[in-house]
Unconditional design. Structure first.
Length: 407
């Protein structure tokens, strides 16, 4: 059975690049909402009267649910217009942010974060495959980079600005502002997004067929290791900067903003290189994520050293989304929506497992032990990519020899 194929780029897209930007803003909105507690973890934990590790559930719970919801939304949406789905999900995101802003207890907050998980899985899975629907074939690469640039932009602007707002006005205002922003993105979608029908819907059988795709399997395992490694440590970046590097609390927002700028640079560099050197690019990212905890353990014990390591961390992680998505698109070029849903699912499992295991490690053994755990997963990812590259070269050599003999 053929993979689901969306209909060609809609002729009603009068402003295709504005529509692409709107999709990127939708991903920015939901990723910022998902990550917002990272910059506000300590003040929220203090307000709710809980530990920092338990407060990390605000990150791990929606991520885990997004992993479940991403393929379910693609399966359940059937032939429904993708524009309609995105608008409904953005409306639900407004509700989730308002509920978070008014949360009187951790239980209320976690209930709101369940809604965030649903929105995260659905928006990211649907939006990831829309580039080819909105622009001509020759511009799909750039459109994809812009759409997934919403993830990097969330690191640059969303989380740091949320942390700054939390420092000056309180964490509830950060969620309230995000509700307003999500509402504006919804209005933009209603105004300029064209109809996005599909020719046929994905089936569970097609998902199963892609799960047997060896290259896709390798990409999903890399996603789990790299994302898990990052969020084991990054979920607790605020206490890491405060207690290990010795920063004052009012510096955290500015530091996260600088981290985000480095991440955006990493995103663009990866976008330029990944299409031609995907495996090599991912090896460089894995090496960077391995060096980050090592450097924190060696030179990160001072504000200068910790700040420098944070910038290197942002540069390394900034290319993860683009690099891994490039791998997925190459692994399943005729089933991009399915591959995207699987990728989003595993990506968010990585976030959930990373933030949860990091919370357990921090509560039981401390921040230093947590850095060792993060580094070990990055090392496993680096070894996996290196092994794939070596096997690829071994398989390529006989093919080249056979080709030479035929000439």
């Amino acid at each position: 059975m053929p993979a689901p194929s969306p209909m060609p780029a809609s002729p009603s897209a009068r402003h295709p690049w504005l529509a692409v930007a709107a999709v990127g803003l939708a991903i920015f909105s939901v990723v910022t909402t998902e990550m917002l507690p990272i910059g506000l973890l300590t003040p929220i934990a203090n307000t709710m009267g809980t530990t920092t590790g338990t407060a990390g559930l605000m990150v791990s719970l929606p991520a885990l649910l997004a992993a479940l919801f991403a393929p379910l939304v693609v399966l359940a949406s059937g032939g429904m217009d993708r524009r309609r789905i995105l608008c409904w999900l953005l409306g639900l995101l407004v509700v989730a942010n308002m509920a978070s802003a008014m949360a009187p207890s951790l239980a209320w907050m976690l209930a709101a974060r369940v809604l965030v998980g649903f929105c995260m899985g659905g928006i990211w899975a649907i939006a990831g495959g829309l580039a080819s629907r909105l622009v001509p074939d020759h511009a799909v690469g750039l459109a994809t980079a812009i759409i997934f640039g919403g993830v990097a932009a969330a690191s640059v602007l969303g989380v740091p600005i949320g942390a700054l707002m939390g420092d000056f006005a309180g964490w509830r205002w950060a969620f309230g502002t995000m509700a307003l922003f999500s509402g504006l993105v919804l209005v933009l979608h209603l105004a300029i997004m064209p109809a996005l029908p599909v020719a046929r819907s994905a089936t569970a059988r097609q998902f199963g067929a892609q799960l047997s795709n060896r290259k896709l399997q390798a990409g999903l395992l890399l996603t789990l290791l790299l994302v898990g490694s990052h969020f084991i440590a990054f979920t607790f970046v605020r206490p890491l900067l405060l207690s290990v590097s010795g920063f004052d609390g009012h510096w955290v927002g500015a530091l996260l903003f600088a981290y985000g700028i480095a991440g955006m640079i990493g995103n663009f560099l990866t976008g330029i290189i990944a299409a031609r050197r995907t495996a090599l690019t991912l090896m460089a990212i894995a090496a960077g994520l391995l060096l980050t905890p090592v450097l924190f353990l060696t030179i990160g014990g001072s504000p200068i050293g910790g700040g420098a390591v944070l910038l290197a961390w942002g540069l390394a992680y900034g290319g993860v989304s683009v690099g891994l998505m490039t791998w997925m698109m190459k692994a399943a070029p005729r089933a991009i929506e399915i591959a995207t849903a699987l990728y989003v699912g595993v990506f968010n499992i990585g976030i959930a497992l990373g933030s949860w295991s990091g919370g357990q490690m921090v509560d039981r053994f401390g921040l230093i032990a947590n850095l060792w755990l993060a580094g070990s997963l990055a090392a496993m990812a680096l070894l996996l990519i290196a092994g794939i590259a070596v096997l690829g070269q071994k398989h390529a050599a006989p093919a080249l020899s056979a080709s030479a003999e035929t000439r």
